[in-house]
Design a protein around this ligand. Structure first.
Ligand SMILES: O=C(O)CCC(=O)C(=O)O
Ligand SMILES: [Fe+2]
Length: 364
């Protein structure tokens, strides 16, 4: 037995509008997923179908030592191939990573009314939003995920308006991660030919907007029919992601010209103490396609809930983003046009996840 949703609207109202989320459904004792969550066969995720990455994490502390050049090569290689890599010795304290996961559980573990306060339209701050799935109004099938999203403007705002269950840790996570993000971006943009004296300005424009999310994927009675997050690429420059030990994050291999990689999926395995870094659309555009904004997705499981905590670094809405002239000069042809980032964002958040289609908006 479980809750009964007699018509299509009652489920949508319960989960989305009333803010009960997927967690509310599961807590009500659901024994099979409602049809609104059933993905078409081509979007379902088979656990066995992915291989694990043999790639070892990159040791960022070595950027400051004799192995500097080797680490630079590793970062550039990963950004240009898979678009995903993991890092250790990243400067974000390991105890903080544990506190972050705990604080995600304390936020999502609250009564629905406490979370629903942060629903769009009722949230005390425009910068804080609790929701479920990605764009529920537009999706053919909903994603099995609840989230809280916190946009950073300044410390005072964050400490006043971000949920108290997670505000301090999320802020410290952002602060310590940004140092690392800047170091990685420095490596990536130097390799694109940006002169050292212009480097800080370029980095600032790439990380003008910062957002910390906490994703909660409740356990699911039918993981074979659902997705936690559907196929997508991230919008911004770099994403930093903390995942717990459950696993289920998959990245798509690009099909290469020789047809060698058939576009299979590989899992980014959980590594205790590591952080996942991935390239977003902005860096793919800026680099004229040299760096890959990788398509990725998340599986659900029937045994345990999963949490993940991404930081998205994104240009400010007023920023203009296009391929760097230095890179176009080398390539001979610009693959993307210059876009005002606000327009790019509107298109991104106005459509359901659909692989790398978001990039079409800037493609020439
Ligand atoms: O949960 C994850 O591991 C990834 C989540 C994700 O891709 C996202 O929030 O953009
Ligand atoms: Fe993502």
């Amino acid at each position: 037995m479980g809750p009964n949703f007699n018509d299509a609207n009652s489920l949508f109202k319960f989960v989305v509008q009333d803010g009960n989320g997927v967690k509310g459904l599961v807590d009500a004792g659901l024994s099979k997923v409602p049809h609104q969550y059933i993905q078409p066969p081509e979007e379902r995720i088979e656990k066995q179908s992915a291989s694990s990455t043999g790639l070892s994490p990159i040791d960022l502390s070595k950027l400051d030592g004799p192995d500097h050049d080797k680490v630079v090569e590793e970062i550039i290689g990963a950004a240009g191939n898979l678009g995903f890599f993991q890092v250790v010795n990243h400067g974000v304290p390991l105890e903080l990573l544990e506190s972050l996961k705990e604080s995600a559980y304390s936020f999502f573990g609250q009564e629905p009314e406490k979370k629903a306060v942060y629903r769009k339209g009722s949230s005390p701050s425009q910068n804080v939003k609790y929701g479920t799935s990605f764009v529920p109004e537009k999706e053919k099938a909903l994603e099995w995920k609840d989230y809280i999203s916190m946009v950073y403007t300044n410390d005072d705002d964050a400490l006043s308006y971000w949920p108290k269950e997670c505000r301090e840790v999320a802020l410290e996570y952002l602060r310590t991660s940004l140092n690392m993000v800047k170091k990685i971006l420095q490596v990536l943009i130097a390799n694109l030919g940006v002169a050292e004296e212009d480097s800080n300005k370029t980095i600032d424009s790439l990380i003008g907007l910062k957002m910390v999310n906490m994703n909660y994927y409740p356990k699911c009675p039918n993981p074979e029919l659902t997705v936690g997050v559907g196929r997508h690429s991230d919008l911004g420059s770099l994403t930093v992601l903390l995942q717990d030990g459950i696993g289920g994050l998959y990245v798509k291999l690009e099909e290469d010209k020789n047809g060698k990689n058939q576009g299979g999926w590989i899992e980014i395995p959980p590594i205790n103490g590591a952080l996942v870094i991935n390239i977003g659309d902005t860096l793919q555009i800026l680099s004229n396609g040299k760096y890959k904004s990788a398509e990725h997705r998340v599986r659900t499981t029937s045994t345990k809930s999963r949490v993940s905590i991404p930081i998205f670094t994104i240009p400010k809405p007023t920023e203009k983003i296009g391929p760097l002239p230095q890179v176009v000069e080398r390539n001979g042809l610009a693959r993307y046009r210059e876009v005002v980032f606000e327009d790019y964002m509107k298109n991104f958040f106005g459509n359901a996840h659909d692989g790398k289609k978001s990039l079409n908006f800037a493609e020439i």
